[in-house]
Design a protein around this ligand. Sequence first.
Ligand SMILES: *[C@@H]1O[C@H](CO)[C@@H](O)[C@H](O)[C@H]1NC(C)=O
Ligand SMILES: *[C@@H]1O[C@H](CO)[C@@H](O)[C@H](O)[C@H]1NC(C)=O
Ligand SMILES: *[C@@H]1O[C@H](CO)[C@@H](O)[C@H](O)[C@H]1NC(C)=O
Ligand SMILES: *[C@@H]1O[C@H](CO)[C@@H](O)[C@H](O)[C@H]1NC(C)=O
Ligand SMILES: *[C@@H]1O[C@H](CO)[C@@H](O)[C@H](O)[C@H]1NC(C)=O
Ligand SMILES: *[C@@H]1O[C@H](CO)[C@@H](O)[C@H](O)[C@H]1NC(C)=O
Ligand SMILES: *[C@@H]1O[C@H](CO)[C@@H](O)[C@H](O)[C@H]1NC(C)=O
Length: 271
Amino acid sequence: MRHTLMRGTPPLQRPHFKLFQLLVLTGLFHFCLGDSQVTKAVKEMAVLSCDYNIPTQQLMNFRIYWQKNNEVVLTIISGNISVWPKYKNRTIVDIANNLSIVILALRLSDKGTYTCIVQKTDNGVYRREHLALVKLSIRVDFHDPIITDLGNPSADIKKILCSTSGGFPEPRLSWLENGEQLNVINLTVSQDPETELYNISSELHFNLTRNHTFVCLIKYGDQQVSQTFPWIISKPSPLVDPFPLWVTILITIIGICGMTVLITCCWNHTV
Ligand SMILES: *[C@@H]1O[C@H](CO)[C@@H](O)[C@H](O)[C@H]1NC(C)=O
Ligand SMILES: *[C@@H]1O[C@H](CO)[C@@H](O)[C@H](O)[C@H]1NC(C)=O
Ligand SMILES: *[C@@H]1O[C@H](CO)[C@@H](O)[C@H](O)[C@H]1NC(C)=O
Ligand SMILES: *[C@@H]1O[C@H](CO)[C@@H](O)[C@H](O)[C@H]1NC(C)=O
Ligand SMILES: *[C@@H]1O[C@H](CO)[C@@H](O)[C@H](O)[C@H]1NC(C)=O
Ligand SMILES: *[C@@H]1O[C@H](CO)[C@@H](O)[C@H](O)[C@H]1NC(C)=O
Ligand SMILES: *[C@@H]1O[C@H](CO)[C@@H](O)[C@H](O)[C@H]1NC(C)=O
């Protein structure tokens, strides 16, 4: 299969083929390594495993490098542990547990792919013994969405707005009624360039002459938040209490006074 492809490929396209081969090999390599994936929320802790155990008494013969995007996180050289400033005071290494690193109080900026490289000395020459990749995804939970009334653009239409802020990764919003998707109007998604956090909002226009139960659903990563908005039309409302409390009290007092006067008058007349 590979030979057929090679022969049939004009020389000019060879580099592309080589690139393709490289990508396939890299893919296979990654597959064999069994890249692991860890997903956590901000402020939680993450345990990233190197998947490689070294007996404590042999640690002197090893160099272990934990890196993120070619930036050092932590090294163990001849049993001496060094933690880089960005990770100081919140990163520990658990040598007995597959050389795992534990990052406490996660920040959004900790997201990325971590690499663990294990080298072993062989008469002073270090050779790579093991390589592990761990992808760390971080999420920041959105606040529960808020639904606000934007008024009525016409007699039988009402506009409402669903919004939430301060989350990560990028959110998707949908309006649902009885499980069916409705039109999303004026969807806005914004991202703070510094904190990388997203805000999202969208309008819904509906016929206010009918009863409804709307759900505003916001999905991000493998999480979601939602808010329900019920719209119930009451029957032509029977006037429950047309008078405020103070009017009621006043009428009662006037009534009692009137009665007292009337009774006193009657009493005087009969006597
Ligand atoms: C361990 O690392 C520290 C700081 O980098 C250094 O001062 C010390 O000499 C090292 N010790 C050994 C045994 O390599
Ligand atoms: C780590 O904690 C120590 C003691 O609490 C402090 O002196 C040091 O500045 C901290 N380092 C970093 C990088 O935050
Ligand atoms: C180290 O990793 C191996 C393979 O992933 C696992 O079977 C073993 O339980 C781990 N050891 C510890 C101490 O977690
Ligand atoms: C979307 O918002 C803009 C201004 O915020 C408004 O002019 C426009 O009419 C809105 N679109 C719809 C379909 O309501
Ligand atoms: C997101 O919403 C928050 C709270 O409403 C606001 O303070 C912030 O400026 C908004 N950020 C962006 C990028 O729109
Ligand atoms: C709203 O619904 C009522 C009856 O349910 C209908 O008569 C009216 O035309 C609708 N209005 C709009 C704008 O669709
Ligand atoms: C709306 O719901 C209320 C409460 O369930 C009910 O009393 C009313 O008849 C409904 N109105 C319409 C137009 O369906």
